[in-house]
Design a protein around this ligand. Structure first.
Ligand SMILES: C[S@@+](CC[C@H](N)C(=O)[O-])C[C@H]1O[C@@H](n2cnc3c(N)ncnc32)[C@H](O)[C@@H]1O
Length: 267
């Protein structure tokens, strides 16, 4: 007998949602491992400006779009194939006539060669297969104009020489808990991925993977946002169970995981 389709399985959707959409449903807006602190460090290095044409891969609910649009760039294009974050993103983009959304896979954006000065992608490469990662990075390199920057913020494995069995076990535990394939890379591997597409890494920064730790959540969501999340945890038992399960897996693997950000330039 064939397995029932995931999206048709009975029970509340909290049992099925991918981890990031579950967290968004519970009120979280920052859906990346290194938090706002890391995003800000990376944005300082990439220095978005009014003269930039910006493309963001996988914007989620538009929290980084807020920072990018506040700069008042020449243009901002969000590329995401999924509908879940679209309403919140549309609200963020609404005041900015230069903002548009393209519903497409970042591996095949349909955008012109050299049409961007800055490409931003956070927490969207880790979930791709090795071939998927390479295709997205190649697409970023293709749409960047010479001298353009690519900002990446993802999940890292450390140290660089982790035994293959540990890597496999951690990937398995993470993927099961967040219900999406999670394939973090070591710093060396992230660098190599970008360099293989002809990009030169100019800046690397790491942070603790503390996505669901209270201190980081207050930093990321503000006290009001954190309290809203806590209220949703109290009133939504199915959501609470999943979130606590995810946090347990993150904590159990914290010695092997970090958040890593890189800014690379197209020569
Ligand atoms: C974990 S969320 C991160 C959202 C946001 N970047 C953040 O850091 O808060 C992953 C995002 O990547 C998007 N995504 C997943 N696969 C993608 C792909 N192949 N191309 C473009 N976006 C993708 C998802 O729809 C979602 O918006």
């Amino acid at each position: 007998m064939s397995e029932p389709r995931r999206d048709l399985r009975p029970g509340p959707e909290e049992h099925r949602l991918q981890g990031h959409w579950l967290l968004a449903k519970m009120g979280k807006r920052v859906l990346r491992p290194g938090g706002i602190e890391m995003t800000q460090r990376l944005l300082s290095a990439a220095a978005p400006s009014t003269t930039d044409r910006i493309v963001e891969f996988g914007p989620g609910v538009g929290r980084t779009a807020e920072h990018l649009l506040a700069v008042n760039p020449v243009s901002y294009t969000a590329v995401d194939p999924n509908p879940e974050g679209a309403p919140a993103l549309a609200e963020v983009m609404a005041p900015y006539p230069q903002a548009q959304k393209v519903t497409a896979d970042a591996a095949e954006t349909g955008l012109e060669d050299g049409c961007a000065d800055l490409v931003v992608g956070e927490a969207m490469l880790t979930m791709q297969s090795p071939a998927g990662k390479a295709a997205i990075v190649a697409e970023a390199a293709r749409i960047l104009a010479p001298g353009g920057r690519y900002l990446v913020h993802e999940l890292g494995f450390h140290p660089d020489n982790l035994p293959a069995e540990v890597v496999k076990e951690v990937q398995k535990g993470l993927s099961r808990s967040i219900k999406v394939g999670a394939r973090p890379l070591t710093e060396q591997e992230w660098r190599k991925l970008l360099e293989s597409a002809g990009l030169e890494v100019e800046f690397v920064w790491t942070n603790a993977m503390a996505l669901l730790e209270p201190k980081r959540m207050i930093q990321d969501e503000g006290l009001g946002g954190f309290l809203k999340f806590v209220k949703n945890m109290v009133t939504n038992p199915a959501g609470r169970k999943r979130v606590l399960g995810m946090r347990k897996v993150f904590r159990a693997n914290r010695e092997y995981l970090n958040a890593i950000g890189l800014v690379a330039r197209k020569l």
